[in-house]
Design a binder for this molecule. Sequence first.
Ligand SMILES: Cc1ncc(COP(=O)(O)O)c(C=O)c1O
Length: 468
Amino acid sequence: MKAAAASPAFERAYPSYETTRALDELRAREYPALAALGCTYLDYTAANLYATSQLERHFSLLRDHVFGNPHSTNPTSSFSTASITRVRQRVLAFFNASPDEWAVVFTTNASQALKLVGESYPFGPGGRYLLTFDNHNSVNGIREFARARGAAATYIPVVLPEMRVDERDLERELDRADTHAPRLFAYPAQSNFSGVQHPLEWIERAHARGWDVLLDAAAFTPANRLDLGRWTPDFVVQSFYKIFGYPTGVGCLLARRRSLAKLHRPWFAGGTITVASVQGDKHYLAEGESGFEDGTLDFLALPAVEIGFEHIASIGMEMIHERVRCLTGWLLENLLALRHPGGQPLARLYGPPTTDRRGGIVTFNFYDQAGRAIDHRTVQDRASAANISLRTGCFCNPGGGEIALGLTGTELSSCFRQPEHETHLTVDDFRMCIDGKSTGAVRVSLGLVSNLTDVDRFIGFAKQFIGK
Ligand SMILES: Cc1ncc(COP(=O)(O)O)c(C=O)c1O
């Protein structure tokens, strides 16, 4: 599919788009499956796409070398170890993070990195876990570790229509600490629900009041630079496929070395100790990242991470960012301009209506002429039939969904308290419980090789709901 010629209105509004034209050539050359399959890909927040050359380089590397298990000391093992060391350096360079200050713990994905923090953070009585409503479930899940160890878990709401935090709520919660027990504040640099970019300035404000900060960077870094030379959260989590598509199954916990030292692992595993004894009944945890990497790392996939970072560097994050910004602005303007014949807007947006402090995620529901929400599953089915890949539901961000869709704590609790829902609740049961309200929304997310044709095709698709 050829890239669409930009309309004069688009060119006037987004003149900098022209400077990103190299991405059209890149898409044609490196992402041929999109055109071959006629696929309109609008789900970059779920997973980025990979270039053909990433696969080819990775394959050649594996074909031309012998990679041994890094836990040995033979030549093939040393080769793997050297390759892993290079990948760590590459990750640090991408984030402008000094190796003296930062450790890179490789994990299977962002969720496993979050679990590492949750299970090891020194939560205890008097301690706190503070988080925004707007969080991925893998950040929400840490509340179970916090509560099990006697710490309180508190949520800060986000507020419609933009779905940002009222900073007074944040200040009040950050100030509320009765003891010196450890307290952890977690939030996403970019919401995977609304696209809101929450301020990185919060990191220092939380630090100044004695909090540790866990920053979920998973949805932010694919199109934004996160400079850890400038911002210094204690923990940052990431899945690499979100930045460059391939490989899946590798992510990391970036931790400041002094913050990593505060974590206490609840167990030990192969690779995480210097010495462990059966008869002596003792183990000594390895220092730094090694103490957190359980078993054998995915030493065959890790070289592909280095290749992925080289791919992004060859394009330049600024170009990716600018393209996503222009296309997001255009998508928002066009989506919000769609009206039924009686003048009622077709879409209700959950998030900021302009490109100010937001990324390339646009979440909404369509409404019919009578003001009833069109079920997101209908939109999903029709989009799939048109070979458009988008996401519907709550995107593993239930707090964002509850605020957007107006589901209250009272109605949710009364649903969960019903005896038949004591231990088991299917999505269909849940739908019945909150009868009459939407249980999900539609998400379109733009990224690395999005183009104007993608946005125009989506707007064309949306028009079929006009007049319904
Ligand atoms: C903001 C955010 N955090 C965390 C995750 C979890 O990533 P993974 O499923 O790769 O562990 C996602 C995934 O979509 C996300 O968008």
